[in-house]
Design a binder for this molecule. Structure first.
Ligand code: ADP
Length: 251
């Protein structure tokens, strides 16, 4: 069943008195428990879609529904992980996670225990009292993932979360995130990721939505039914990657 549905989304910006159509007629959906990626060239409006879902930007046309209700009424719990971990530099690791839970409850014991639990899950226990400046890029991103998961979101948005990491760290984190996502007791199970990395999208997603250059539209969708964990060196994997690349270059 579609959990998140975008229908005919259009976004027009005004810049220097000129109108600029960033998105035109974007429609796609994400089912409950599905991992969907949006892929497209730089400037194709991927971050704009994230902003719409975070209600930071109102589309000029179209509708977004979550669980069948318009976004504004649905009041979903949405978490996001950005390319740069976006941690508060003056707060230690524990506090950086706790801060996401503070608006949700006054129960300090729950806040502390839940934060500690997620810090452990992402493998940075022992660093609760460290400050962001003392952490590597990969560790910072782990804090950011812990913070995003601790609130038990209905939907997790990932905006190029591995793009700023070295290849080894990125690959390790992808695999760990997939392990978490596949664990049946684990929130969130519905994920929308923005990326420009085709291999990453094919490795992680159930479905890829391929966007065109501006004014951006959906060129097509690719469903990926390769068994998990995926062998990123198999012929079958390369065949799917090829399919996505062909669709991207059909623009
Ligand atoms: P992507 O994330 O795919 O790189 P963006 O969503 O950041 O793309 O941007 C899509 C297009 O909209 C780009 O051409 C960008 O320059 C333009 N754009 C984004 N935000 C604004 C804004 N606030 N004002 C004017 N143009 C914008």
């Amino acid at each position: 069943m579609a959990f998140l549905d975008l229908r005919d989304i259009g976004v027009e910006f005004e810049s220097n008195g000129k109108k600029l159509q960033a998105l035109s007629n974007i429609s796609f959906s994400v089912d409950t428990n599905q991992f969907v990626s949006i892929i497209g060239p730089s400037g194709s409006g991927k971050s704009t879609i994230i902003k719409i879902l975070l209600e930071l930007l109102r589309p000029s046309t179209g509708t977004v529904t979550i669980g069948g209700k318009p976004l504004g009424e649905a009041n979903p719990k949405i978490s996001v992980v950005f390319q740069n971990a976006a941690l508060f530099p003056w707060l230690d690791v524990l506090k950086n996670v706790e801060i996401a839970l503070e608006p949700l409850t006054k129960d300090e014991k729950y806040i502390k225990e839940t934060s500690e639990k997620f810090i452990k899950i992402v493998g940075i226990d022992g660093f609760e009292e460290a400050y962001p400046r003392e952490l590597s890029g990969g560790m910072k991103q782990r804090v950011s993932i812990a913070r995003a998961l601790a609130t038990g979101p209905d939907l997790l948005l990932l905006d190029e979360p591995f793009a700023a990491l070295d290849v080894f760290t990125a690959q390790a984190l992808r695999e760990e995130l997939l392990d978490l996502w596949e664990s049946p007791t684990f929130p969130p199970n519905t994920i929308l990721m923005v990326t420009h990395n085709v291999d990453e999208a094919v490795q992680m997603s159930d479905k890829i939505v391929v966007m065109s250059h501006r004014p951006s539209r959906v060129l097509g969708e690719v469903k990926i039914e390769l068994p998990r964990p995926r062998n990123t060196r198999s012929e079958e994997f390369y065949a799917v990657v090829d399919g996505v690349v062909k669709l991207m270059s059909s623009d």
